[in-house]
Design a protein around this ligand. Sequence first.
Ligand code: LLP
Length: 418
Amino acid sequence: MHTTISRQNGDLFMEKIALSDITHQFGTPCYVYSKAAIERNYQSYVTALGEQPHLVCYAVKSNSNIAVLQTLAALGAGFDIVSVGELERVLMAGGDPSKVVFSGLGKTRQEMRRALEIGIHCFNVESESELELLNKIASELSMRAPVSIRVNPDVNANTHPYISTGLKEDKFGIDINNALAVYQHASLMDNIHLIGIDCHIGSQLTEVAPFVDAMDRLLILVDQLGALKISLNHIDIGGGLGVRYRDESIQSVDDYMSELLPRLAQRSETLILEPGRSITANAGVLLTEVQFIKSNDHKNFVIVDAAMNDMLRPSLYQAWMDIQPISDSSDLDEKVYDVVGPVCESGDFLGKERPLKVKEGDHLCLFSAGSYGFVMSSNYNSRPRAPEIMVDEDSVYLIRQRETIQDLTRGEQLLPVN
Ligand code: LLP
């Protein structure tokens, strides 16, 4: 199930490193990523794409640590960004700006300017107002902004409503029925260079049929545009392929490409993909220590030192993520526990009703935490954010230090005292 992690003589290992060694060296909570797993997941896209002209733009929002981005940049990855902060991270990590696509529906003037100056591959534009502003800013810089229009193809991704993005009721993109008119309008703008089309229909999709539906709808539009002499260089189908958190059956990258690529066979456009979760989720874990165990008439609670501020997914999406002891304690009785953090909210839990053999002081591993984990963490309850660690075979690297109490108040000021 978790290809990066194995259990050897009762102890969990990532690559050649025992996770218990990491808890001793770095303390808990902490995030740990496998370099080999990130590389393998990225390569599975490249291999499945074969001869198809392509650009795999890793969705930086899913895990933006600069060492993770560096690992992917070294393999030639492009990047899908949603802010100038993510752009600066990509540059720091040695990413190639000409392989960056800039998504997001609220880009600011400053962000547009910086991305134009750096020379990104394209802006994924989500509204006519954004197009007008981008045209204006590009003209101030005497440039032409490379643009793809993000269309909303109105397909049902069959995923959690918070992470479905391709339906009419979602805020994203331009209605596919209005897109032709928007392209025609954009083609008349002096400082806009139309180069592509994109969509992103949602995240954690278990099946590929909705992607294929979306592609078919995009292709109809691309052909209509072609007939109007608006020819595009690329088609960007977004990210969204899911991963197995529990027992979901997920179609593989190979399944996905074998359904998608035949549709592009006789065409000249480059295929762009924006995968995030399918590259980093199963490459990472969150390690935590059991502080206390308590029970009442109804329930048993394991109180751990990681909380919703460290990992928000269970609280926000009722996401189920596997939790297992780092070291087997087979001599203990198994009980059913809610695994909860110390934050003062009833919604602060990592897992509910989990059968576990644990005692105070044991360490637990939360699986598939490499995407939308650390990046969604906060300082709620004035909790310093966890460190991030990268395992590379038998080497271990601290790739982000644990925050300190001083970090928590950095930039804050007391009022003057009279
Ligand atoms: N491209 C765009 C425009 C996106 O909005 C997203 C994700 C991606 C690509 C990458 O999608 P992926 O391959 O990772 O599914 N925090 C949520 C997921 C939010 C996804 C937002 N957009 C979670 O923890 O489940």
